[in-house]
Design a binder for this molecule. Structure first.
Ligand code: HEC
Ligand code: HEC
Length: 231
């Protein structure tokens, strides 16, 4: 859909004031601050976004982009833009779509996946522990090569992984109390369904049943480190 000219200009203004230092004038991720940052600010030119509710490979929904912009990505330079008004966020979302031609093709769009609610056993510590045991075995087979047996991000394959932007793709240390995708079991479940576009973290909907994915999530919860106290 062609963007209304005024909205485009408003989006450009919001972008230049808030985003350009990292994401760059051409949206290629090469802003002024970029050389010092790890992970690098995203290039918007490929139209590939990691954190979505849509199937692997598809474009994110506007709500997905809004969640990233208002919630930030924990542990990265992508902060929380809570001072922006709703219409400013809508405008900057429109503007960042102008950087990639993938947004022009209807076949790249998809609606958000819907998920069944987390299982009730997640409420009970003893049950979670039992499911975590099953999950640990599944994790060893399906995840440990990259994320390591202990989920610390130090799997054998970890150092050789690259993303489509040509950067090393470090498997997340899943013990961290705050992940970029969010902290709740539902956030983990979503990532296992959607995968992270542009990275070796693919979707597991075809390889693992829902029950198996929840068992793996119970294992991840069981190795999670306590939050760092705020002094
Ligand atoms: C201080 C640097 C910095 C600023 C300023 C910044 N970002 Fe980011 N942004 C990042 C980094 C770093 C990433 C990549 C994180 C990653 O790959 O895990 C990112 C990623 C993103 C993503 C991709 C999320 C995904 O699902 O892959 C979007 C969208 C985004 N930023 C939008 C914005 C918008 C809009 C603004 C301005 C309102 C902005 N950013 C300002 C550093 C920044
Ligand atoms: C081929 C290697 C590989 C395998 C196998 C793999 N992952 Fe990943 N995973 C990655 C990489 C790399 C990232 C980080 C991608 C990035 O942001 O660049 C990641 C990211 C994640 C994230 C997001 C963390 C965050 O910061 O939000 C979760 C959750 C996750 N993986 C869970 C799993 C689970 C559970 C399994 C097994 C079912 C698994 N992964 C299998 C490579 C892998």
């Amino acid at each position: 859909m062609p963007l209304d000219f005024n909205l485009y200009m408003e989006g450009k203004y919001v972008y230049e004031r808030n985003c350009i230092v990292c994401h760059g004038q051409r949206g290629d991720g090469n802003g002024e601050l970029s050389p010092t940052l790890k992970p690098k600010p995203r290039s918007f030119r490929e139209g590939m976004f990691k954190f979505r509710t849509t199937p692997y490979g598809m474009l994110p929904t506007d709500a997905d982009l809004r969640r990233t912009i208002t919630g930030g990505l924990s542990g990265t330079a992508m902060g929380i833009f809570s001072h922006l008004q709703k219409d400013e966020i809508d405008a900057v979302i429109g503007y960042l779509k102008s950087f990639s031609r993938r947004w022009k093709k209807p076949e790249n769009y998809a609606t958000a996946l819907t998920f069944s609610p987390p299982p009730e056993w997640l409420e009970g510590a003893a049950e979670v522990a039992a499911h975590a045991q099953a999950g640990q075995k599944l994790f060893a087979v399906n995840c440990a090569a990259c994320h390591g047996e202990k989920a610390d991000g130090k799997g054998q394959a970890a150092i050789s992984l690259k993303d489509i932007w040509g950067m090393p793709a470090a498997p997340a240390d899943l013990r961290q109390p705050h992940l970029r995708c969010g902290d709740t079991p539902a956030d983990l479940f979503r990532v296992l369904a959607t995968g992270l576009n542009g990275t070796p973290m693919v979707s597991f909907t075809a390889t693992l049943s829902e029950e198996q994915r929840w068992d793996i999530i119970a294992y991840i919860l069981s190795v999670r480190l306590p939050p760092v106290p705020v002094l």
